[in-house]
Ligand binder design. Structure first.
Ligand code: TRP
Length: 453
């Protein structure tokens, strides 16, 4: 086989698979709603800074460690600790990497279920010229019904289990190849509609004008956490993909490309949504229902809206699906390795456990609405605990490990410029840990930047 050919195809395969894992509900559903809850501009600015200074270097580190070890994240960290003769305590990171992905999957599948329900709603033409209160009622009807949510959640999770137990790669790559450009195109269609509302400037300034008075310490923590979440960091997935990466591929280039694509899609989603929010006098801080309460309004007004709406939600389901697969993959790979289970059995057991846990999220929108854990409902608690605490903390350990323990990183990353290599190393080894610790101290109220609310 010609080496050139082989290289190109694996290069693109890696980009697409990783981009498929990174781009998901985090970009289109979560980013706009947490940006809305946290007052917009200042939150977005911190999020962008975190992507650049923490996200990209850490993503490089994870790909590098994954490639160096060639195993599931837990086994990888264990082997690398031996290889670099490091202390056994580093292995805590391995367990946490695998656990975080599992916990996120439990609610990810529920939200992906909402998107599935909306494919049918859009196709039925129910959004046509509907007003804001009608669209709002439709969303609340959906989340008020545990049976309906359970149905879609079960469907999503069974499909994820089925794909993971078969092993994925080929189909996944192909679907992402089409998904990506079509997603961009559709988002642009909606942004086009948003421009026509007369509120585009307001949406722009909400998203990009940083007013730090609106930012709470919790907002800062959420911005940091979301940078991890959206790039799929600290969940082992990126390491998993790195394990299959051929030695010649440049890690820095690929990583930067993926991070930029991911950020672009999130910002486009924001640009699509906020002008609609202001045009229809909705609340930017509406919470997890935000995209389901805004975009249908646009689909109800634009020509061929039912069709565009159906395709849009189908793509959201797809994007979520490619992410759900890679959320399940690390814990399944770990079970296969550790308990010597067959792949289908491991997928069924781990996926089944995540499915059960998902009912906590389902009930937090209806039966358990008033049940609070530390002031949060079950879904918010789980989301906050994983994205805002587990991911940054695990990321911190991985960052330190990559910067100070992995002694051959310069060779692995093949960064020729000594300056750029130093930037990478010190941003991971010094800047990232300091930033994360400061943000934590701030969040628990020991330090104070950002207004407390
Ligand atoms: N990045 C995904 C999104 O934005 C969510 C996610 C977090 C994820 N960790 C992951 C996806 C690990 C796959 C693997 O929607």
């Amino acid at each position: 086989m010609a080496t050139k050919q082989g290289q190109w195809s694996s290069y693109w395969a890696f980009i697409l698979a990783t981009a498929g894992a990174a781009v998901g509900l985090g970009n289109i559903w979560k980013f706009p709603y947490i940006a809305g809850e946290n007052g917009g501009g200042a939150f977005v600015l911190i999020y962008l800074v975190c992507i650049a200074l923490i996200g990209i270097p850490l993503m490089m580190a994870e790909v590098m460690l994954g490639r160096a070890a060639g195993h599931d994240p837990y086994t990888a960290i264990r082997q690398l600790t031996k290889k670099y003769r490091a202390h056994g305590l580093w292995q805590v990171a391995g367990g946490s990497l695998v656990l975080a992905g599992f916990l996120i999957l439990s609610y990810y599948s529920v939200i992906a279920g909402w998107a599935t329900a909306y494919v049918l709603k859009a196709a039925s033409g129910i959004f046509f010229e509907a007003d804001a209160s009608h669209i709002n009622a439709l969303f609340h009807q959906l989340v008020a019904s545990p049976y309906e949510l359970a149905f879609w959640h079960t469907l999503m999770m069974s499909m994820t289990i089925a794909i993971v137990s078969m092993g994925v790669e080929k189909g996944l790559e192909r679907s992402v190849l089409y998904l990506f450009p079509s997603m961009l195109a559709l988002l642009l269609v909606i942004v086009g509609y948003s421009m026509s509302t007369g509120y585009f400037a307001k949406g722009l300034s909400f998203l990009f004008y940083p007013d730090f008075n609106k930012l709470s310490s919790y907002g800062i923590l959420s911005a940091v956490g979301h940078a991890f979440f959206t790039l799929s960091l600290a969940t082992g997935s990126i390491m998993m993909y790195g394990a299959y990466l051929p030695a010649r591929v440049s890690i820095p280039k690929t990583t930067v490309f993926i991070a930029i694509a991911d950020t672009l899609i999130a910002l486009l989603a924001g640009l699509a949504i906020f002008p609609i929010v202001f045009a229809y006098k909705l609340e930017p801080s509406a919470g997890p229902g935000l995209i389901f309460q805004t975009l249908p309004l646009a689909f109800g007004q634009m020509p061929y809206g039912s069709f565009f709406g159906m395709v849009f939600f189908m793509m959201l389901v797809f994007a979520a699906f490619t992410s759900a697969i890679s959320l399940l993959e690390p814990s399944v790979a770990w079970c296969v390795n550790y308990f010597k289970l067959s792949r289908p059995k491991a997928a069924f057991m781990v996926g089944g456990a995540a499915w059960l846990l998902g009912f906590g999220t389902i009930f937090s929108f209806n039966w358990w609405q008033h049940l609070k854990i530390l002031g949060f409902n079950f879904f918010d608690f789980l989301d906050n605990m994983t994205a805002n605490y587990m991911l940054p903390l695990t990321g911190l350990i991985v960052a330190l490990f990559a910067a100070w323990v992995a002694t051959d990183s310069k060779k692995q990353l093949a960064i020729t410029s000594p300056f750029l290599f130093k930037c990478w190393k010190y941003s991971l080894g010094i800047l990232t840990p300091i930033a994360i610790i400061l943000v934590f101290l701030n969040a628990v109220g020991i330090l104070s930047f950002g207004s407390h609310s």
